[in-house]
Design a protein around this ligand. Sequence first.
Ligand code: OKP
Ligand code: ZN
Length: 350
Amino acid sequence: MLIIHNPLHSLHRGRQEMFRGRLVPCHEQPDRLEFILEELRARRQHELQAPGEADMAVVRRIHTTPYLDFLTNAWSEWVALDPANAELDVLPSIAPVRSFRTDVLPTNFAARVGRYSFDTGSPLMAGTWAAAQSGAACAIDAARAVARSSSGGRRAAMALTRPPGHHAGADFYGGYCFLNNSAIAAQALLDAGAKRVAVLDVDYHHGNGTQSIFYERADVLTVSLHGDPMTEYPFYLGYADETGAGAGAGWNLNLPMPGGTAFAVWKEALDAALRRISEGGAEALVVALGLDTFEGDPISSFKLTSADYLRMGEALAAAGLPTVFVTEGGYAARELGVNVANVLEGFEAC
Ligand code: OKP
Ligand code: ZN
């Protein structure tokens, strides 16, 4: 498979995240991607490429200008607050919740961090913007390689990147995500001529950013399989009764599952998701490929095994759509390589 991998990913290297009152080591680390690359190279059946420059016109159809400006300048403004900040990652210290004004944008940078973020677990540092922008370029290039498939191009491609993207909304970051690479891939497919695209999110965590970006749109069907938000991050979105609104009514499907779910039950949800995608007439598929459904994942509780990822790949291939894989979460770093490679191997076997 054609794999567009992010050469700048390691510029994003979170030191600490806040977890229940403590600063703990960040789970989302560069070695995640290194282990995947190592395994994909070892299997010798993939074509690895670096992306070109990100086409920001596509990114701007997903994210707002004030938010992109915020990300562009965040690090220099953080250091300008206090030169000693250069040794620290940016984390928010205010959350403007209900009854706060949304029509003011304070000049104080710490205030604006709260405006554009939704958790205290997503460190932002000097290289975050460059890494995220290069990740968006991977998503766009992978999508364009697949969009050309009617004229003899690719049946599938993968954007292999971090930081992940599916929690990032039009104007907010969180859950280790800054630019929504899966949404950007979907937009690039539409821009290249697809009339309807499906985003299927198989990460353990609900893709709240992707859902909210497309919630009122009918041209992108969003489907997410995930841990029940009543107990699992991101808690405040991802319930089964969220089905879309306005023009997008009926174009969102959430399939939450309880902790402990193993592949037999998970696969039934996948089949239901693929049926909905087929009924919806999607012309292309974006798979938001999180591997934190793995039984060994340190922050999740599904029970998928490495062999199950072969079956997952086969089922995705059976959908018969031009497919763009975009990497999301997965924190059992060492096993990520085999698990990602297995999805692709299962897919390509069909
Ligand atoms: C991002 B992705 C655990 C804190 C959990 C949020 C998890 C973000 C998951 N110490 N923080 O969907 O894999
Ligand atoms: Zn996840």
